[in-house]
Each structure stands twice: as structure tokens, then as C-alpha cells.
Ligand binder design. Structure first.
Ligand SMILES: Nc1nc2c(c(=O)[nH]1)N[C@H]1C(S)=C(S)[C@@H](COP(=O)(O)O)O[C@H]1N2
Ligand SMILES: [Mo]
Length: 381
């Protein structure tokens, strides 16, 4: 068996042990909303301590059990509307194609879902503000792999399929998704359109994050960044996989007709959250994050705080670190006269998108991005 240069032996063992729902020692810090499948988000105060989210603080969202993976035997195939069908081991992929890295934010479409529950109960993990993280991802570019495969003229979408098995009633199927091929036109020397990532924050991916390989789709909801990637299919239509054909769509009544007629969600909308509050003499220091809409060249232009339910707003201070498809951290110093009040936060991005005061309820609880309204009493100040 060929030696693996990026030393994955330990990961192979721990990935195989995923039958056991024991939590990876590197992921003990998360607050688990469910353990099987594993769904955990970081403590918010910790989340905003670093612009690059340390891997232990990075949320986990899995729909099924982690697949048992033997890294040396793992293969990724490239099929469909291509001139050459290709199959690569991870070793071959990383030897054959130029290395590529990017820093970008991955955020779950269900972020802040618990707020919908206050209106009417929604299905799905009751996430708070934590299923979001900004990491450095490294691997190879999907565009380089597709160049080697040769794309046929009428191709329009690229499907991804994971090695996990999702059980839904009596059916079992892999997690999957797709992106329009045009997403790849967005790439430049510093940002791939889609990355096939083997590493996160300079370490091989943890099993929970898709070891040995996953897609990372900058600017798209987390569901499009398929973990344990084993199949890439080039097609003239979006993937028929459940997670793009039926779910991860913004529907309001959820009838079959509405689902069929609604496009899948791709890019995430502008969002922001207040994550920590600390007393500093007679003032309070607030810290949070803001995420611009997932478009190339889109950044946060302002974050504003209101202590009077949105009647008046003051600007927060944006952190220095920013980048395409990345969140931005912010701080604000405020006076809190009345600990019974709410703090409201809203962000506006450079494409003119602003968080609305309220958003309509949707039965799946996706894309909650109304003003972040937090009772001061949430924080011990
Ligand atoms: N194979 C596979 N890929 C997947 C998922 C999954 O359940 N299976 N969950 C998706 C969802 S909904 C999100 S938000 C991200 C979460 O990535 P993370 O667990 O590394 O944070 O992975 C996506 N990729
Ligand atoms: Mo997600």
C-alpha cells in the first residue's frame, strides 16, 4: 500500500470508529443539538474570538452517520457529460493537480432556525447563531479536474455525491447536491469556484468535516459543500438528489408543486449576530459576526446596533480581516441603562442587501436573517 504523505493513519482509524457515536476528541467543545447524526455548534462567545475559526470551534452538520473510510482505498470518480471518465485515489488527486487554498465562510441554511420556532414550530435542527465558521481550506480545484475530464458542450451543472448513507423512512440514499457550472467562471487566482478540499486549517479534514475529501463552494449554503465526496457527475441539469431536488429550497406552503417549481438555494444571504457582551466599567463591549451575501466582491459595508428597537442606530466597528466569501467580525461599545431591553443588530453589504426587520416564516426554517434581536438578559453582565 502506498504511503500517504499527509499522514492520515490516525484519521483512518478514527473514521472507522464512527459507528460508535463517540465524539471526536477535537470536537468536545461544541454544544450538540443531536449526537446521532452529529449536529453541534460552538459557544458563541468563543466563535467570535478568531476570524479564522479554529477547527474545534467549527460547527458540524451531518444528516447521517459518518461513513467508514479507509483513506488509501478511497476513490473519487468523475462521470456524466465528460470526454474521459476518471477515477482518482486521494493520493493521485493531490499529486496530479496544482494545490489550491482559500479562506471562506461556510454557513448552514438552517442558521438561527430557532427564531422561526418562536412563531410556529419548524422541522429541523433548532440551530442558534453558531452553524457558521470561517476556515482555510486546501486541496485541488474542481475546474482543473474537469479540464482533465473534458466537459461536453451542453453540460450546465456539476453534481456531488457523498459516501454517507442517509436513512429517511424506508429509503436510504447518499447525501448530494450540485452547483451550476457557471459558478466556476467566478474563480480567480486566489479563489477557486469550487475546491475539492482535503485539508482544513492546514490539517487533514476531521472525519466529521468530510475526511478524506469534500467540496467547498465559497458563497453557497453549507449543504452544497458535500463531505466524503466520492462522485462528481457533469450534467445538463441539477442533481436529482433529495437534498437539491426536494429540500434546501425556500418554499412557503411546501406543496409538491411549489417544491418542483422552486429553484434550489445556492448563495447565502446577508446575516449578522451578536455573540458576546462584556461589561467594561460603565459600558458594555458587544462582539459579533456579519456575513455578506455570498457573491464575489461583496463585503460588509456596515453593521449597526440599536438599543431602542430600531428607532435609532449606531455604527459598530468592523474588524480588519475580511475577504471575498468571508464573514467579518465587529465590536461595539454601548451603554445599557436597562437590562430588560433588547439589542438589535443589522448588517448591510456592499451590494446593497440589508437584513430585514422580519422575515416570513417558512416550514423548513431556512435562511433566517432578520435583525438579530437579543435580550440583554441573555448575557451575564
Ligand atoms: N456528505 C454530506 N455532506 C454534507 C452534509 C451531510 O450530511 N453529508 N451536510 C451538509 C450541510 S447541511 C452543511 S451545513 C455542511 C456542514 O459542514 P461541516 O459539518 O463541516 O460544518 O456540510 C454539508 N455537507
Ligand atoms: Mo446545512
Amino acid at each position: 500500500m502506498a504511503a500517504i504523505p499527509w499522514s492520515v493513519a490516525s484519521r483512518t482509524v478514527s473514521a472507522m470508529m464512527q459507528e460508535d457515536p463517540a465524539i471526536d476528541p477535537g470536537k468536545m467543545d461544541l454544544i450538540y443539538r443531536s449526537k446521532a447524526p452529529r449536529n453541534g455548534e460552538p459557544k458563541l462567545k468563543k466563535l467570535v474570538e478568531n476570524w479564522i475559526t479554529p477547527t474545534p470551534q467549527f460547527y458540524i452538520r451531518s444528516h447521517g452517520t459518518n461513513p467508514a473510510v479507509v483513506a488509501d482505498e478511497f476513490k473519487v470518480s468523475v462521470e456524466g457529460m465528460v470526454e474521459n471518465l476518471l477515477v482518482f485515489s486521494i493520493q493521485e488527486l493531490i499529486e496530479k493537480f496544482p494545490k489550491s487554498s482559500c479562506t471562506c465562510t461556510v454557513s448552514c441554511a438552517g442558521i438561527r432556525r430557532y427564531e422561526f420556532n418562536k412563531v410556529k414550530e419548524v422541522k429541523g435542527v433548532a440551530w442558534q447563531e453558531g452553524p457558521i465558521g470561517n476556515a482555510k481550506w486546501s486541496g485541488v480545484r474542481l475546474s482543473d479536474v474537469l479540464k482533465a475530464a473534458g466537459i461536453k458542450a451542453d453540460a450546465k451543472h456539476v453534481w456531488f455525491e457523498g459516501a454517507d448513507e442517509i436513512v429517511d423512512g424506508k429509503a436510504t440514499f447518499p447525501f448530494g447536491g450540485s452547483v451550476p457550472l457557471s459558478k466556476l467562471l467566478e474563480e480567480d487566482s486566489s479563489m477557486p469556484g469550487v475546491l475539492l478540499a482535503t485539508h482544513m486549517n492546514n490539517e487533514p479534514l476531521l472525519p466529521d468535516h468530510g475526511f478524506p475529501i469534500r467540496t467547498i463552494v465559497p458563497g453557497y449554503i453549507g449543504a452544497r459543500s458535500v463531505k466524503w465526496l466520492r462522485k462528481i457527475v457533469v450534467s445538463d441539469k441539477p442533481s436529482p438528489n433529495h437534498f437539491i431536488a426536494d429540500v434546501y429550497k425556500m418554499v412557503y406552503s411546501g406543496t409538491p408543486v411549489e417544491i418542483d417549481e422552486t429553484a434550489p438555494i445556492y448563495r447565502y444571504p446577508v446575516n449578522a449576530a451578536l455573540c458576546s457582551a462584556e461589561r467594561q466599567d460603565d459600558k458594555v463591549l458587544l462582539k459579533g459576526y456579519a456575513l455578506p451575501t455570498g457573491h464575489k466582491g461583496c463585503s460588509i459595508s456596515r453593521v449597526e446596533i440599536s438599543m431602542d428597537n430600531g428607532k435609532s442606530w449606531t455604527a459598530a466597528t468592523l474588524g480588519n480581516e475580511a475577504g471575498d466569501f468571508c464573514w467579518q467580525l465587529w465590536t461595539a461599545t454601548v451603554t445599557i441603562a436597562n437590562t430588560e431591553t433588547d439589542v438589535c443588530v443589522r448588517a448591510t453589504d456592499s451590494f446593497g442587501n440589508s437584513m430585514p426587520e422580519t422575515v416570513p416564516w417558512n416550514p423548513k426554517g431556512y435562511l433566517y436573517n432578520a435583525w438579530h434581536r437579543v435580550p440583554v438578559s441573555r448575557f451575564e453582565i
